[in-house]
Design a protein around this ligand. Structure first.
Ligand SMILES: Cc1cc2nc3c(=O)[nH]c(=O)nc-3n(C[C@H](O)[C@H](O)[C@H](O)COP(=O)(O)OP(=O)(O)OC[C@H]3O[C@@H](n4cnc5c(N)ncnc54)[C@H](O)[C@@H]3O)c2cc1C
Length: 325
């Protein structure tokens, strides 16, 4: 795809072009808004082979979905710009200046923030290399692909027992590794035992592979437990280092899952003119939910512009009427 040229101004700049950003841009471009998507090009699920649980596009490779989304938004006139936004500021005129890492700038009447989140992996040798392949986090995204195999859940926090009980739906051969977390409570231990989930205590030393596939989880005491795949909940941190100039800040998520950018269900943030959607504000949204959230946010954002334009038209209409009298 040829690169679009960044214009000096837009109605809306969408920051981040994953499922959320491209869905929002599609809605905005179809609403005949001058729209740019500025995207650094690293969707969170890029390491995965396919997007699962997505009606109509089941199993599509993540970058193929992004390419289709870019083409669809572009076909209605949206500009797709490759780049990283580093600062955003509100101007005295009420619009925003958006600055990219390469020094380019543009202005926008409204912003839609869809920059997703960063997964903080457990600090275990081999984890980064296996991430999205046979080290996963979400049973609904990957459970079916690893069904009926020897699986491990690596505890990373208080929700790991819940994660193990979920993954039990996909395999009867499941081990919960407590790693650096406390032992399950008596009540949780009973649930795990009742469901046939083995609990192995002690820190993990490494995730081991043979021929490019996970084959075992090795503990610090030397025990090697054969496993074909493992799951671990990650720390989640919204990617939004550029929001300070908007008087916005990340907040700890009430669930303890990580940090997010708070927004109303419509995507409206506490900063007038700034909307957010997708994983940046909804840490647990899968691809379908991220796209749906951004479509809703885009509709509300467009409605906000329509309200502003209608008020300006009414003011002008009254001024003309007064002059005519
Ligand atoms: C390994 C893995 C596998 C997954 N598999 C599935 C699955 O099978 N099915 C499913 O439904 N969900 C899956 N998910 C969840 C899925 O990744 C998210 O639901 C989805 O990515 C959220 O979309 P988003 O647009 O909010 O964020 P993202 O897809 O992460 O897109 C955000 C975009 O913003 C860009 N960006 C970030 N900061 C900036 C900046 N400062 N300036 C410009 N651009 C920026 C990023 O580079 C990226 O392109 C998986 C997640 C992981 C981690």
């Amino acid at each position: 795809m040829n690169e679009d040229t960044l214009s000096p101004s837009y109605d809306v700049v969408v920051i981040g072009g994953g499922a959320a950003g491209l869905s929002g841009a599609l809605m905005l471009a179809r609403a005949r808004r001058a729209t740019a998507v500025i995207d650094a090009g690293h969707p969170r699920n890029a390491p995965a082979g396919g997007v699962h649980g997505l009606l109509g596009r089941e199993g599509v490779p993540p970058l193929e979905l992004a390419a289709r989304g870019r083409a669809e938004a572009r076909s209605y006139g949206a500009h797709i710009i490759t780049g990283e936004v580093v600062t955003t500021t509100r101007n005295p005129t009420g619009d925003f200046t958006v600055t990219l890492a390469d020094g380019r700038t543009t202005t926008a009447r409204r912003l839609l923030i869809t920059t997703g989140l960063e997964d903080v992996l457990p600090d275990i040798p081999g984890a980064a290399a296996r991430w999205g392949k046979d080290l996963v986090h979400c049973p609904y995204c990957h459970g079916y692909e690893v069904r009926d195999q020897p699986l491990g859940v690596i505890a990373t926090g208080p929700m790991s027992v819940h994660q193990a009980l979920l993954f039990r739906q996909w395999t009867a051969d499941l081990v919960l590794f407590t790693h650096d977390q406390p032992l399950p409570s008596e009540e949780d231990a009973e649930k795990l035992a009742a469901r046939g989930v083995q609990v192995i205590t002690g820190p993990i030393a490494s995730l081991d592979t043979t021929d490019g596939r996970l084959t075992a989880i090795t503990l610090a005491d030397g025990r090697s437990i054969p496993r074909a795949a493992a799951a671990a909940a990650t720390g989640m941190r919204a990617r939004a280092g550029f929001i300070a100039g908007l008087d916005l800040a990340l907040a700890p998520h009430p669930s303890g899952m990580g940090h997010y950018l708070p927004a109303e269900p419509t995507g409206k943030t506490t900063a007038p003119g700034v909307w957010a959607a997708g994983n940046v504000t909804d840490l647990s949204a899968q691809v379908g939910a991220a796209a749906a959230g951004a479509a809703l946010a885009a509709a509300h954002l467009n409605g906000d512009l329509v309200t502003e334009e209608t008020q300006a038209a009414v003011d002008a209409h009254r001024a003309r009427a007064t002059t005519a009298v």
